[in-house]
Design a protein. Structure first.
Length: 156
């Protein structure tokens, strides 16, 4: 389960379900988000907008925009189970999979980049860090990836 950034919506995946239940703390009502995706293995709300990302055992992705009520399925983003992911503050979605790769996508589901790893990614997190130049330069986004629970990859 996961709360959105404002704690207005709670997304829940019941065991053995193909649907996500979204409960609104504001209205105290819930609805079933059926994306026709089997075996949801990971979900997380975006930090920049009310968008929910759901990864599956088959490596597919479902993006759901609460404001627009729009579901965007992304088929084949990975070839195996999606196990972890993270959203950047500007809407970049990073996903890790058992297929030993990390993908970077837009919040619309368009793939920006794929990176191969020596082992399956276990966890990841976006952060900003200062660049080496003058303080007026923009901060760089860095993705930290726990690979195989033995190494940390840093991707700028």
């Amino acid at each position: 389960m996961a709360w959105d950034k404002n704690s207005d919506n709670l997304a829940i995946v019941p065991r053995s379900s193909q649907s996500v239940i979204i409960w609104s703390a504001v209205t105290r009502e819930s609805f079933k988000l059926d994306g026709h995706l089997k075996s949801i293995t990971w979900l997380q709300w975006a930090t920049h907008a009310p968008v929910l990302a759901c990864g599956t055992e088959k490596g597919n992705l479902l993006l759901y925009d609460v404001r627009k009520g729009r579901k965007t399925p992304v088929i084949g983003i990975h070839s195996r189970e999606i196990t972890c992911g993270a959203w950047s503050e500007d809407g970049i979605l990073a996903l890790g999979s058992v297929d030993k790769s990390v993908s970077l996508s837009t919040d619309a589901g368009d793939t920006i980049k794929q990176v191969r790893c020596k082992a399956p990614p276990h966890a990841m997190h976006f952060t900003s860090r200062a660049s080496d130049g003058p303080s007026s330069q923009p901060r760089q986004k860095t993705l930290s990836v726990n690979v195989g629970q033995k190494s940390i990859y840093l991707l700028n």
